[in-house]
Design a protein around this ligand. Structure first.
Ligand SMILES: NCCCC(=O)O
Length: 807
């Protein structure tokens, strides 16, 4: 390890409106974009020299096509910015639009590449599947004997990370920002306010700086600063390896970026040689976040040729001349990775005015332009201005911030970087974290578990393992049986991972009436399905609200959204409002007892009257089941008669044993997915996102828009013109075709939208799902037909409808 000692500066401003911590490419991009948005009182603090932490040793690949539309938009903007920044700042970034190739050695990878090409079409980005021979013509040094084909991405490019950082920094300075190098932030300053904890500035080794807002872009150093301030910043460093070779024949400066993901490697030209790096499955975590040495500037870790040999052997296999090519330099640079391979962006729920932009999982250079702009817009606009749910820091909470967990998980994250992104792939490391009281019982009954927000959740019962495929997996038969049991008899689902909040106090109703688009001023015992919307009329949450007393409510939401929901409640409670809310997720197990036989089954274990008149849909009562006092709520996410039983954890095993002791079948989340899609039920995070309105989603019925109750988002909905896209249900014509979500939707061969969720519908007997269709959409257009989806190797005809496949 080599390091450079920093000396201290003299003139540190005592105050700035916004302090950015970290002078890597992301911090400089945030400062640059804040300046572009008219914020000139910005102070960026870098502990060493700009780019000296992680940025300087990044490979500099810029690949705009991502798995999501918002991710693609973000990196596409990065590429556009890097291409034009020199004109604006006078400093070159070294950006070169080389195009990129991704190779396929296996039929499964080929299917993935075809699906990726279809994403490109969905997102308006060029991507073409080409033959192996064509790929070799574009990339002469490689051999292609074992390749089935490749994907050509004309929009890919490369940039010089250190030059890019300097150019962004100059742009920031030109816009009025101040940049101080050799100033180390030791602590984030936080104080208690009436509205909760708020940032007040930073403590540095050259004194304190007061600030209204602080933006933590300190890469792998961010977590230790976050931890000390009580903020969740779940990242951990892992070692990332690449070498730069001597000259290789056949290269040229504009040689495309090349990724040979089946061999875990990437390649780019550099001064006549090649950068050869990769993401090996046996990755190495680096030291814990609070053990990172200081200083660690322009520093690398020890060479580890033994570890790198896996990647080097694959590289030589692809480019035989590398066997006799010398190595100019070996890079082992630690980078930060997160539990789900997505970066961390946004205002922290724990401390108002504190923002993060870190954890870039080795794609920081590609992401920096777009992420910097998104974060600057978030700060200036006081909220995200686009759908950023996939990277929003509020998707994680304390369980995911544990260093032991992170240490295990980031090894897996790095190792999966180039693995085939199988649909519904479940991580295997760092589990279990949180379990339902039924976990052991269900495991004993053959449950295979997935994980969501740290919770173990049964996916399917019986199969030996979860197999992954683009087609129909082996576990599908078991899931289909559970699905049918629910449709025709009764099934019990362990839905304990539902997020649950007790909201109470004299002003609880007022707060919820403002946040809920539906009217929740119902009688005690009423249960209402409702969106929470932002001021643009887009979804922030999709919840049920049960009134449990005049001034008390139980709010139930998705497992994944606990921290963002609680943050939404907290940030909308006015200082004068007397409302308390508590996360009661872990206090209550949830047993969804669903199916036409649910009433009969429950009646055998309760004396409560479950008839429609006594217990109508959308109501909730405290009753006794199998001797356990619990809350039963007549609601369903599978479209069958049923009750969600909210059971104190101590009683869960007894209630479950009673219900499944006679006729009920245990069923898992895979069945829930196919059941909900047959009924056209939407999911937050898939269909319902911050840039999706109830009109577009076909859910106006679940709002009070037709009444006169005011609610957050109402004004935007009223003012909005007719929707320019519509969410529709789909059914595959061919029962053998399998859809997973994400597929490109075509009409007469032209892209018109994208599938959001899909599963095999065991009642319908075909793949079913939901999809966006762009433009003015009505029943006549859908009935006229001509629709198909690209399944990565052909088109599958689909029927579309505004109505769900099953009513
Ligand atoms: N830091 C390496 C990036 C690799 C890739 O973009 O595929």
């Amino acid at each position: 390890m080599r390091a450079q000692r920093a000396s201290k500066p003299g003139d540190l401003p005592a105050r700035a409106e916004i302090v950015v911590v970290g002078g890597g490419v992301v911090g400089c991009s945030v400062a640059y974009h804040l300046a572009r948005l008219g914020r000139s009182d910005v102070l960026l603090l870098e502990q060493g020299h700009l780019s000296g932490g992680t940025t300087w040793h990044a490979a500099g690949l810029v690949g705009p096509l991502r798995a999501s539309e918002s991710g693609t938009r973000l990196v596409r903007y990065s590429a556009e910015l890097y291409a034009r920044l020199e004109e604006e700042t006078g400093l070159a970034t070294g950006y070169l639009n080389t195009g990129g190739l991704v190779l396929a050695r296996t039929p499964d990878r080929m299917t993935q590449l075809r699906r990726t090409a279809a994403y490109g079409a969905a997102y308006g980005l060029e991507a073409e599947v080409v033959s192996a021979e064509r790929a070799r013509e574009m990339w002469p040094p490689m051999q292609v004997d074992d390749l089935l084909g490749a994907l050509w991405l004309p929009g890919d490019g490369k940039v010089n990370p250190a030059d890019l950082t300097q150019s962004l920094a100059r742009g920031a300075r030109q816009g009025g920002a101040t940049i101080r190098e050799r100033t180390r932030v030791l602590e984030l300053l936080v104080s208690e306010t009436a509205a909760g904890r708020a940032v007040t500035g930073v403590r540095t080794d050259a004194g304190d700086v007061e600030a209204d807002r602080v933006v933590l872009c300190a890469g792998q150093w961010s977590k230790a600063l976050g931890d000390a301030a009580g903020v969740v910043v779940p990242l951990h460093s892992a070692e990332h390896f690449y070498v730069v070779t001597e000259a290789v024949e056949g290269t040229r400066p504009d040689l495309p970026i090349m990724r040979d993901q089946d061999g875990w490697t990437y390649f780019k030209e550099e001064v006549g040689g090649l950068v050869v790096g990769g993401f090996e499955p046996n990755a190495k975590a680096w030291v814990a976040p609070d053990q990172i040495p200081y200083p660690f500037e322009f520093a690398l870790l020890e060479e580890d040729w033994e570890h790198f040999s896996l990647l080097m052997d694959e590289a030589v296999h692809r480019i035989p001349s590398l066997a006799t090519t010398g190595i100019r330099k070996f890079y082992n640079g630690p980078e930060s990775f997160t539990p789900d391979n997505q970066f961390l962006l946004g205002e922290t729920p724990e401390v108002r005015g504190l923002y993060v932009g870190c954890g870039f999982n080795s794609v920081g250079i590609a992401s920096a332009g777009g992420a910097g702009r998104a974060l600057a817009e978030w700060i200036v606009g006081d909220g995200p201005q686009d759908d950023l749910t996939g990277v929003d820091v509020r998707r994680f909470g304390p369980p995911q911030n544990d260093v032991g967990f992170l240490r295990e998980r980031v090894v897996e994250t790095l190792g999966l970087h180039y693995a085939i992104p199988w649909p519904n792939r479940e991580p295997v490391s760092g589990r279990p974290q949180r379990t339902s009281p039924l976990h052991d019982v269900l495991r004993g009954r053959g449950a295979l578990f997935g994980t969501r927000n740290g919770w173990e959740r049964p996916l399917v019962y019986g199969p030996a393992e979860l197999d992954y495929t683009w087609g129909k997996p082996a576990w599908l038969a078991a899931s289909a049986a559970e699905h049918r049991a629910c449709r025709t008899g009764v099934a019990v689902f362990d839905q304990t991972s539902f997020s649950k909040y007790a909201v109470s106090g004299p002003d609880a109703l007022a707060l919820l009436q403002w946040l809920c688009a539906a009217d929740v001023d119902v009688q005690v015992g009423g249960c209402v399905y409702t969106p929470w919307l932002n001021e643009r009329g887009g979804y922030e949450a999709d919840v049920t609200v049960t009134r449990t007393a005049d001034d008390a409510f139980l709010v139930v939401s998705s497992a994944a959204t606990t921290y963002r929901d609680l943050d939404w409640l907290a940030r909308h409670r006015s200082p004068g409002q007397d409302v308390r809310f508590a996360d009661v997720t872990g206090d209550l197990a949830v047993l969804g007892t669903m199916g036409p036989g649910a009433r009969d089954l429950l009646s055998r274990h309760t004396t409560a009257d479950l008839a429609d008149e006594a217990f109508p849909f959308g109501t909730s009562q405290e009753i006794e089941v199998a001797g356990v006092r619990l809350r039963a709520t007549r609601m369903t996410y599978v479209g069958e008669l049923g009750w969600e039983l909210y059971v104190p954890v101590d009683g869960a095993v007894a209630v479950h044993a009673a219900l499944t002791g006679d006729s009920a079948v245990d069923a898992g989340y895979s069945a829930i997915e196919s059941l909900r899609l047959e009924k056209g039920y939407r999911a937050f995070g898939r269909e319902l996102l911050p840039d999706v309105t109830p009109r577009e989603a076909g859910l106006v019925f679940a709002t009070a828009l037709r009444g006169d109750k005011d609610f957050l988002g109402r004004a935007a909905l009223v003012a909005a013109p007719g929707p320019a896209r519509r969410l529709v249900s789909l059914v595959c014509a061919d029962p053998e075709a399998m859809l997973w979500g994400g597929e490109l939707l075509l009409r007469r061969g032209e892209p018109v939208g994208q599938v959001t969720s899909a599963a095999w519908g065991a009642t319908v007997g075909a793949a079913v799902g939901l999809a966006w269709v762009r433009g003015q959409v009505d029943a006549a257009l859908l009935d006229a037909g001509g629709f198909s989806v690209d399944v990565g190797g052909g088109d599958a005809a689909v029927r579309l409808s505004l109505r769900a496949p099953l009513r």
